[in-house]
Design a binder for this molecule. Structure first.
Ligand code: GDP
Ligand code: MG
Length: 175
């Protein structure tokens, strides 16, 4: 018997959402287990890569962050192109950022159709007393949009690993 080879699947994962919802902070928590001194995505650094071992396979996630280009909607199609996972983030203390998530999901579907795993993320739940969006409202929207849903805090790290594990596990095994 030869050695066991485990397939490695690569996945381009893009972060979308309004400015300041915590996209870069979630990536920084996941990659460096730190908060507050977020790395600054700059021109030239396209993505960060991290390999996750799941039960049945290894998945190399390529995490794409925007360096503020989320303001320039014309850039979104090229950013989303080729992605197999899209993480759409809102801030639970900012109702506008929640309302805008429909638009981000539409952008992803327009470019990727159904060939993409989409996760809706309500971030900053450590600021519970300032909530403008309940967990139930997030859940309901995710059902209506037919996407996955999770609430996180990049500050406390609550559910951040789980977020990445769940999207990686949701990839079709052939990708
Ligand atoms: P981005 O523009 O979506 O990339 O957002 P950033 O990651 O730059 O975060 C915007 C601001 O929100 C920063 O001041 C962060 O420190 C703060 N922030 C991000 N995530 C959290 C969180 O989970 N809890 C709290 N309390 N603040 C957060
Ligand atoms: Mg950012």
């Amino acid at each position: 018997e030869g050695p066991e080879y485990q397939s490695l699947c690569k996945a381009k994962l893009v972060f979308l959402g309004e400015p300041s919802v915590g996209k870069t902070s979630i990536i920084t928590r996941f990659m460096y287990d730190s908060f507050g001194c977020t790395f600054q995505a700059t021109v030239g650094i396209d993505f960060l890569s991290k390999t996750m071992c799941l039960e049945d396979r290894m998945v190399q996630l390529q995490l794409w962050d925007t360096a503020g280009q989320e303001r320039f909607h014309s850039l979104i199609p090229s950013y989303v192109r080729g992605s197999t996972i899209a993480v759409v983030v809102y801030d639970v203390t900012n109702i506008t950022s929640f309302k805008e998530t429909d638009k981000w999901v539409e952008h992803v579907r327009a470019e990727r159709g159904d060939d993409v795993v989409i996760m809706l993320v309500g971030n900053k739940i450590d600021l519970n007393s300032k909530r403008q969006v309940t967990a139930e409202e997030g859940e309901e929207k995710s059902r209506n949009l037919n996407v996955m849903f999770i609430e996180t805090s990049a500050k406390t790290s609550y559910n951040v690993d789980k977020l990445f594990r769940r999207v990686a596990s949701a990839l079709p095994s052939t990708s």
